[in-house]
Design a protein around this ligand. Structure first.
Ligand code: ADP
Length: 268
């Protein structure tokens, strides 16, 4: 993994237990991280405007994590700084009966952002090689074939102007225990507590294996994965904002040429 960009180099085997979820990269304090986040958010607003004006690209942020990993927090702290007119968040839950009647990418493709906008997936098609694998909801040959299918799907999107930024928010098992306890102890967080999360926690090891395989099989040149250490929420938010900023910068966005010869226009 490349340091501080958190990028998983295509073709490398990922050992999540060797990636420190407490890491704070070059940012050693909350104050420093918050200051950089504020700077990046301001720049992101400018870049988002250019993305809209340029109108040839879209950016798709794919967020995956274990329960309590902080997907909602990232959306609140990073995406909320953007212009809501050009940013759509889609949360993927257990498929509806209609969705079940289609292939697993059907609902995903429909939610891919339009050119000029940023789309955020809170969970994604990766659930179809994660929860689906861990719970044995389809036979192994079915989920195994999906790594290739997902890579091809993402390649097609990339070739059509959709820049995909995939982020796994990395927390440890003990940190998850703390966060689940907080949901019981803190009345303001009680509403978030669900027995289902405790059931999933029992399968932690299976989930880690499924994530490691997804990260390895689907970190591609066109859509690499990033593993962001997420114990410290201030670091997590700053790191995600920086990744998104860099991704938008890489698009080399410009405002289009005026459609008319403006020098000749007189407005009376
Ligand atoms: P979240 O945890 O994302 O805030 P929920 O508590 O409603 O939201 O959980 C959504 C649930 O939907 C998760 O348990 C997730 O594993 C499940 N889910 C999402 N996609 C699929 C899928 N394709 N197949 C089965 N379950 C899925």
């Amino acid at each position: 993994m490349t340091k501080h960009t958190h990028r998983i180099e295509p073709g490398t085997r990922v050992h999540l237990d060797r990636i420190d979820p407490d890491d704070t990269g070059p940012l050693h304090s909350k104050e420093k991280a918050r200051a950089r986040l504020a700077e990046d958010l301001e720049e992101l607003r400018r870049l988002q405007y250019l993305l809209y004006a340029d109108g040839t690209h879209a950016v798709l942020v794919v967020l995956q994590a274990m329960d309590t990993g902080g997907k909602d927090g990232v959306i609140r702290h990073v995406m909320s700084g953007l212009n809501p007119a050009g940013c759509v968040v889609t949360s993927f839950k257990v498929p509806s009966s209609e969705e079940h009647q289609h292939d697993y990418l059907w609902r995903i493709h429909k939610a891919v952002p339009a050119r000029g906008t940023i789309g955020v997936f809170n969970r994604s098609h990766y659930e179809d090689v994660l929860v689906v694998r861990v719970h044995g909801l389809v036979p192994e040959e079915t989920w195994r074939a999906r790594y290739r299918q997902i890579n091809e799907f993402e390649r097609m999107l990339t070739e059509n102007g959709i820049s995909i930024l995939k982020i796994y928010l990395h927390i440890g098992k003990e940190e998850q225990a703390e966060r689940l306890r907080a949901r019981i102890q803190d009345p303001a967080k009680n509403w978030k507590f669900s027995m289902a999360d405790l059931e999933e926690r029992k399968r932690w090891k299976d989930y880690m294996e499924a994530f490691e395989d997804a990260l390895r099989e689907c970190s591609t040149e066109w859509a690499p994965w990033h593993v962001v250490p997420a114990t410290h929420k201030w670091y997590r938010d700053a790191a995600v904002a920086r990744l998104l900023r860099r991704r938008l910068e890489a698009l080399d966005l410009t405002t289009p040429e005026p459609r008319e010869d403006l020098a000749k226009i007189v407005i009376r």
